[in-house]
Design a protein around this ligand. Sequence first.
Ligand code: CS2
Ligand code: MN
Length: 373
Amino acid sequence: MKMGFRWYGEGNDTISLDDIRQIPGVETVVWSLHDKQAGQVWETDEIDAEIARITSISTEAAARGVTKTLDAEVVESVNVHESIKLGKTVLGLGRDEAIDNYITTIERLGRAGVKVVCYNFMPVFDWLRTDLWHPLPDGSTALFYEKAVVDQMSPEKLIADMEANSGGLTLPGWEPERLAGFGEVNAAYEGVTHEHMYANYRYFLDAMIPTCEAYDVKMGVHPDDPPFDLFGWPRVVSTKQDLATVLSLNSSPYNGLTLCLGSFSANPEQDAVDAVTTFMDRIHFSHVRNIKHFPNGDFTEVAHRAREGDVDTVGIMKAYAEAGYTGYIRPDHGRHLWDENTTRRPRPGYGLYDRALGIQYLLGVWDTVRYQG
Ligand code: CS2
Ligand code: MN
């Protein structure tokens, strides 16, 4: 297993590579070119520059005797253009052109040494919460989902609220360019069923997977977050059955999962440990985090420690360790702690401290199973 840490890039994150380097156990920086829109090709020189930045040690740090390096083997995400999900031209781009661009990007990432690419197949929106800075009883804040708000609100109002709530930062999945196309995309989903989505998904995989095999880049789809339909749009990566269906669309091991156990567990009926053991050989990357459910359908994100919430993070790490899992793992959304609620406001869910604490907890379980004595 390799432990990773998501980083938004120089000048785009409150956390530095030198901060990440000091978290015990982190080997991989999970990165992306965050200014790229879905459908765009990633340029080789931009890819190379970002990887060089991540894998090198700054002159200043080297002068202090720093020698620990990080790798850049995991990308999260290369976003899928809506035309691919819809199977038709939308926002001025045809499906086949969008797929060709995606394949070119995968090829270039493979050449540069990237091993896993995370993506999602959610229609219109990426992840969804109603409060990004929800107070917890200990004074920290965390991402929160209030069911009644989503049930009563229009997507347009939610977009406005999220923008107001993001502290001026562009939220991945909520990029202004994506939101600008909302009306057209929303209309294009009229009448699109889950079956249509699966047919388009298969078409995409069949076109792309041979390139993934040739360049040794494993694809990992991230589950829908939250894992149920929203605003009538068809989500197809929500349930355990959905994950099995997606894997069956193309049987290559390169068609795999980014098993995000927080997203998956946002449906309280789903069993995270069971998903890990069921899909083990097709999991290339995993996000381990914890959430707490309320009887009215709300949920909040909490610390990674199992007893803080409803996700069995110990059972998850035990299952990975017992199987000798060789893929990548990262902590997922953490709470915002200490100065992150005042002066050092991070990207929502992506502060430094709680993810660093979470990693130590996850590695504690891993080491208990793998390295006793
Ligand atoms: C989220 C998503 O749960 C998560 O990791 O923050 O933004 C996720 O990165 C994307 O859906 C993956 O494509
Ligand atoms: Mn996740």
